[in-house]
Ligand binder design. Structure first.
Ligand code: CUA
Length: 325
């Protein structure tokens, strides 16, 4: 009993302390349907719990009955077991089954709407908008009220995309194409997480969905589709030289320069993103500096190696990358 109480206190405490998004706080019709099934199951479970508890209490407090059993009493007992042990559970499970199957069918992706391609990579997300000429990472921008169809693939192992406030999980499987649809009903930033263990940095494979008014989305897409800005500051120019002529360009692309690597995230507009390394660090001067100087300390096992850079080189690179808005 004590242990159960402790578990409940821990669960409530954890959910209150973390900024983890809850599927019980839906912001899309798809997530609403899932939350509805959850509440239905919760209400049924509470009902069953209360009824069973009432019977247990009743059995404890009632006066001991005559132990000589009559044929009548035996029949009554058998009826009770049949009803409580077979009929009622069958009805409860049937209700849950119908609700689950109906919801699963309703959540089938339609393939309509804004096309977005998300590819899972250890341990980040490649995000492309084939019709808009946009490539980014770890941030999925969507217009509010517009259905989106996400095509899901993987470049290495199985990952799973989950934004609890928008829809359920969908796996990204090598050699297979899956789809996930949702319509964000309210502007906001919704945290997503890889929901399938995919190796050392699975926990740091997060992302955000940024739902914004259609006008703001169009402006974002137009800016993201453009080539990178040419740096004007001296330190940023030095950073650009270092970037395109050094090892960075082997893995990263910056549109409009000779850096065309594809192993890592496209950095054409890295300055406009909120976080670095799939939400491992905030995208600030300090965050960028930390990432470049201690890559393997921030995200041990990340496929980006620890690059040997002098403090001056790091300052130049940070100036360049921050300017890529
Ligand atoms: Cu990708 Cu876990």
């Amino acid at each position: 009993m004590k242990r159960a109480a402790l578990a409940i206190v821990c669960a409530v405490g954890l959910s209150a302390c973390s900024d983890a998004p809850s599927m019980l706080d839906p912001h899309a019709p798809q997530a609403h349907r899932i939350a509805d099934v959850w509440w239905l199951m919760f209400v049924l479970a509470v009902g069953v719990f209360l009824i069973v508890t009432a019977f247990v209490v009743w059995a404890i407090v009632r006066r001991r009955a005559d132990t000589t059993s009559s044929a009548d009493a035996e029949r009554r007992d058998r009826r009770f077991v049949l009803l409580g042990g077979l009929v009622v559970p069958t009805v409860v499970l049937a209700v849950v089954a119908v609700a689950t199957v109906r919801t699963t069918n309703a959540l089938q992706p339609t393939g309509d709407g804004l096309q977005i391609h998300v590819s899972g990579v250890q341990w980040w997300w490649r995000v492309t908008y084939p019709d808009l000429g946009v490539t980014t990472a770890n941030e999925i921008h969507v217009p509010v009220g517009t259905p989106v169809d996400i095509t899901l693939t993987s470049e290495d192992v199985v990952h799973s995309l989950w934004v609890p406030q928008l829809n359920g999980k969908a796996d990204l499987i090598p050699g297979q194409t899956n789809h996930l649809s949702f319509t964000a009903s309210e502007a906001g930033t919704y945290r997503g997480q890889c929901a399938e263990f995919c190796g050392l940095e699975h926990a740091r494979m997060a992302f955000v969905v940024i739902a914004e008014p259609p006008d703001a989305f169009r402006a974002w897409a137009a800016a993201e589709g453009a080539d990178a800005v040419t740096p004007s500051r001296t330190d940023a120019t030095a950073g650009e030289q270092l970037f395109v002529n050094g090892s960075c360009a082997g893995c990263h692309s910056v549109k409009g320069t000779t850096a065309v690597g594809v192993l890592g995230p496209d950095l054409t507009h890295i300055g406009s993103r909120q976080t670095l390394a799939a939400l491992s660090l905030p995208n600030t001067t300090d965050g960028m500096r930390k990432w470049l100087s201690d890559t393997q300390g921030v995200k041990p096992g990340a496929h980006m190696p620890q690059i040997d850079l002098t403090p001056d080189q790091i300052t130049a690179l940070v100036a360049y990358l921050e300017g890529l808005t």
